[in-house]
Design a protein around this ligand. Sequence first.
Ligand SMILES: Cc1cc2nc3c(=O)[nH]c(=O)nc-3n(C[C@H](O)[C@H](O)[C@H](O)COP(=O)(O)OP(=O)(O)OC[C@H]3O[C@@H](n4cnc5c(N)ncnc54)[C@H](O)[C@@H]3O)c2cc1C
Length: 407
Amino acid sequence: MKKTRQSRRENEKGLIIIGGGMVGLTLACALKDTGLKITVVERTEAEPRMSLKRDCRVSAIVAGTVGILGGIGVWPYVKDKAGSIDSMRIWDNQRFGSIRFEAEEAGLDTLGYIVENSILLSAMLEVVHASENIEWCCPASVESVQWKASCVEVSLDDGRVLTTPLIVGADGGRSWLRSQAHIPTWSHRFEQQGIVATIQPQLSHRNCAYQRFLPTGPLAFLPLTDGLCSIVWSAQDTEADRLMALSDVAFLNELQLALGPVMGKLEQAGARAAFPLRSQLSRHIVRPRMALIGDAAHQVHPLAGLGVNLGIRDAMVLAQEIVDARHFEEDYGSLDVLNRFMHSRMPDILAVMGGMEAFNYLFTHDVPGLALLRDAGMRVVGNSGPVKRMLMRRAMGLTLPVPKQVS
Ligand SMILES: Cc1cc2nc3c(=O)[nH]c(=O)nc-3n(C[C@H](O)[C@H](O)[C@H](O)COP(=O)(O)OP(=O)(O)OC[C@H]3O[C@@H](n4cnc5c(N)ncnc54)[C@H](O)[C@@H]3O)c2cc1C
């Protein structure tokens, strides 16, 4: 008898991932050779918003994450299109002067890369499409999800009903799956927006990422290929609205004043887009037969460019726990297994979230005691080689346990 697609899949032991963004696709790529049947449900085919012919959304991919993306076969598709970060300069417009981090000081060739999000997603999709074990359902969405004792039943909008021992929510900060599971969040809106755009400066960026802390929020200039830069200008809501409403010429003038002369004259600005910024943590990142990863589990301020790096580490640790559980014939959707994932991820998640909150607070509140603390802290970091090296290696994700190669 000919089996229908629906009944075939119902018998499979697999995994369903809701959300085919950078984090959901990392999980799929990490598990592609494990024999598991993976279904990724993505509701939209992403259309990048272009700015001077570049995706206006970029991500700083730190050195540790580059290693992960290499291990899952994604990095070869990205490396020639990514701007290397060989150094980083941080300064404020008040007192402490500036601090510089060089890749060499941490014994590295590079601190990381700036990658357009659409390039990273296309690279991941190359790997996904080349795998027989991954089904890419896009555009598609889930109509309902029902938790049962031994499985989760998922109804798709194409009429199919899939069952799985484990469903993973990688569906972003407003996670649909998280709300279906009635999981609340701790959420803090910064009352800031991040303005992004591509900029053509007069002088070479020399592969340096610049970050200037302004009283209204941090401004980052990130090195792309071909001498272009991508900016993330975080500003309080009213200021961000004002900056977004300016003409290109007026915006460039304001940007020039905010950055100063480090890159000569800023010659051209591409189309701008603005994103509200928040810090958010899901009160539970696991439930029986469900795990949340990436922004569905946590969102952080983009000032250090760590959000997707954190999510990619979630995906890799979850992949490793699934593989280990199968090796020992454990039920990988069980709470015991998922709790192991949760326990190994929370220290990293809380450290990055706490660090970003503290940094943003320290630099946007001009209370005298705080300003002294900030200046003293920056001087200690700037003048102490070991502290600086330790901070750099931590920020690059190099001090964390590396998930074993999943296979
Ligand atoms: C201005 C700005 C700059 C940033 N810069 C950096 C940086 O330099 N470095 C860094 O590490 N991080 C950065 N981040 C953070 C980073 O963008 C996020 O952490 C990252 O995009 C999270 O990836 P994700 O896959 O978890 O979620 P998302 O990118 O939000 O992807 C979720 C996916 O799920 C899909 N989806 C949603 N609901 C459903 C549903 N019901 N059914 C099916 N599919 C669904 C969506 O269409 C989407 O494709 C920045 C963020 C901002 C706002």
